[in-house]
Design a protein around this ligand. Structure first.
Ligand code: FAD
Length: 334
């Protein structure tokens, strides 16, 4: 059995940064993630996408942010259990917790931090004829390795941030990019939408609005998509890849069974310290909800800092915590 002060469920950016905030207060952490790698959504959904709103790190590529976060916490020697899903939380007689995974790993800790992001996420699949047949043969629900699209024909579908961001990015490496969207305005960030319209005006991408991909064709591998307009006209576009980006449907998975207050698949927390309705269990990052919540990495970082100050009382019940700056704590991870 692994023994630690704090068990963090989820090694996304917020879970990783929480280790730093715990380390400043001399609290040890063990992280568990269902994915085989650290980084959460940044590693799994958009490793090559630039992120523009991390303070002090403008335009940082997602996987570089994950590397930097790891470098920042290495000094505190966190433990990792990767590729295993947390299934059970068991309260012990002394109020501590036993955290158990699907592979039988057990972590004994004083405090549990749920930084589980979207939970176990599944892509939303549009109603497109023969979509599932072409999975792995040209249909992708995430862009994991953008390089695989170099000099290829790619059709994307969707109107949110993912569809816009990947259209802009792939326009620079694919031989032809077509974005299909059922409306004529986008849900995603206005700045990204503007870039997409600009690329279309300059003839660098094909933008097909008020239309949907209706069926896929090919013999063994994808060769073309049929696009049906709102006016019922049909065009066939030859392509090597079809990337429908209609978001992820969050599935809380086992977390839903832990008697936590939950609203719309997110854990309700008190913004005083991001604690849940169960003592010694906190929730930070995308997994939590409160009035005004923004699902942004920097908001999760803030929540981690506040939360760890609150958790201190369970790890060092006899000590009074006085706030200090990092230089005073003697921490210099570089
Ligand atoms: P996650 O990154 O989701 O990590 C949670 C981890 O918990 C996952 O690895 C998951 O496997 C694990 N997990 C879940 N349940 C269990 C379980 N039961 N057992 C074990 N492990 C579990 N935010 C920004 O601030 N700026 C941006 O530019 C930006 N761009 C984005 C672009 C896209 C396409 C997307 C999808 C999101 C973007 N975001 C952006 C949002 C950002 O990625 C999230 O806010 C961030 O990832 C949340 O971090 P997290 O650590 O809370 O959760």
């Amino acid at each position: 059995m692994i023994t630690t002060d704090i068990c963090i469920i989820g090694a996304g950016p917020v879970g990783l940064f929480a280790v730093f905030e715990a380390g400043l207060l001399k609290m040890r952490c063990h992280l568990i993630d269902a994915l085989p790698v650290i980084g959460g959504q940044l590693a799994e959904i958009y490793p090559q996408k630039p992120i523009y709103d991390i303070p002090g790190a403008p335009g940082i590529i997602a996987e570089d942010l994950v590397k930097n976060l790891y470098m920042q916490i290495e000094e505190f020697k966190p433990g990792f259990t990767l590729g295993e899903r947390v299934e059970f939380l068991e309260k012990q007689q002394d109020e501590s917790y036993l955290v158990k995974t699907n592979e039988g790993t057990e972590v004994h800790c004083q405090v549990v931090v749920i930084a589980a992001g979207l939970g176990s996420f599944e892509p939303r699949k549009p109603a497109v004829e023969r979509l599932e047949y072409f999975e792995g043969k040209g249909v992708h629900y995430m862009v994991r390795k953008p390089e695989q699209f170099r000099d290829q024909n790619v059709v994307l579908a969707g109107g949110g941030d993912s569809a816009l961001d990947w259209t802009v990015f792939l326009a620079g490496i694919a031989s032809r990019v077509t974005l299909v969207h059922r409306g004529d305005t986008f849900r995603g960030a206005p700045d990204s939408a503007e870039k997409v319209f600009e690329l279309a005006e300059k003839g660098k991408i094909d933008l097909i609005l008020q239309a949907q991909v209706s069926s896929l064709g090919g013999n063994g591998v994808l060769k073309e998509v049929s696009i049906t307009g709102n006016d019922k006209s049909v065009v066939k576009v030859p392509t090597d890849h079809f990337i429908p980006l209609f978001g992820l449907s969050p599935k809380l998975g086992p977390i839903a069974d832990w008697n936590l207050g939950v609203e719309k698949s997110a854990i309700i927390v008190d913004t005083f310290d991001y604690s849940t309705n169960i003592e010694r269990i906190y929730a930070i990052g995308d997994i939590n909800t409160y009035p005004g919540k923004l699902k942004l990495i920097l908001c999760g970082f803030h929540e981690a800092a506040i939360m760890m100050q609150s958790a201190f009382k369970y790890i060092y019940p006899d000590q009074k915590l006085s706030f200090k700056y990092t230089t005073v704590n003697g921490v210099n991870p570089f």
